[in-house]
Write a protein that binds this ligand. Structure first.
Ligand SMILES: Cc1cc2nc3c(=O)[nH]c(=O)nc-3n(C[C@H](O)[C@H](O)[C@H](O)COP(=O)(O)O)c2cc1C
Length: 200
């Protein structure tokens, strides 16, 4: 019994705490389609096909959405530079939090929580669903949190148009269910969700 206990303690100590986090590749910060072409093809597309994104696309997408393009500032503006939004990524098998500083997806919950995204069937086909969460303690005010979210969502639209992916912003999620699935506190509010993936 004592030996088993020692083995278990050793295993706990030796196993990296974040064994299931996803290390993202270095984002590509050059290239892509010219801005005017991207604007011309920006649209909501819901014709998702069930196909995962390669890791480099995931990395570029998240950097475009909410990465740092200066030491402590991001690809999007935020009211009073509060940077109050957290970006969660929901895959079919789990939920991750984007850690832009460390270029990492931190695993939060294992399982399929996509039902909480609402009844629109296409969310089940999209490679991933982004969930934007405002920390209202950090935000300059509630309206600003929603405005700041819009910049992130638009960057995702622009990246998708550049990379040949589809995306659609979504307000039709099940607020209490999604709040619970993410284990959010009372001072956190989901401002928007957004499906992203390959399309027909
Ligand atoms: C805040 C917001 C919430 C939205 N919610 C949904 C939604 O729940 N489901 C959906 O299919 N589209 C949703 N959309 C996408 C709009 O329907 C879409 O942007 C609009 O029809 C214009 O089409 P376009 O984006 O192709 O120009 C949303 C868009 C925004 C900006």
């Amino acid at each position: 019994m004592k030996k088993i206990l020692i083995c278990l303690i050793a295993l706990t100590v030796l196993t990296p705490l974040a064994a299931q986090d996803i290390k993202l590749t270095e984002p590509t910060k050059t290239g892509g389609k010219p801005l005017m072409e991207v604007l011309n093809s920006r649209k909501s597309d819901r014709t998702f096909i069930k196909k995962d994104l390669p890791i480099y696309m995931l990395s570029d997408l998240l950097w475009a959405a909410y990465g740092f393009n200066r030491e402590d500032k991001r690809t999007v503006p935020s009211s009073q530079n509060r940077q109050e939004i957290n970006v969660y990524v929901m895959f079919k098998d789990g939920i991750y939090l984007y850690d832009a500083e460390n270029n990492l997806l931190i695993k939060k919950f294992k399982g399929d929580f996509r039902k909480a995204l609402g009844n629109q069937e296409y969310v089940m086909d999209a490679a991933l669903n982004l969930i934007y969460v405002a920390n209202m303690d950090k935000a300059s005010n509630r309206e600003a949190a929603y405005t700041d979210t819009g910049f992130i969502a638009q960057n995702v639209y622009l990246y998708a148009a550049s990379a040949g992916l589809g995306t659609v912003a979504r307000g039709a999620f099940k607020r209490p269910d999604l709040h619970d699935a993410l284990g959010l506190s009372d001072n956190e509010e989901i401002t928007l969700t957004q499906s992203v993936g390959y399309v027909q």
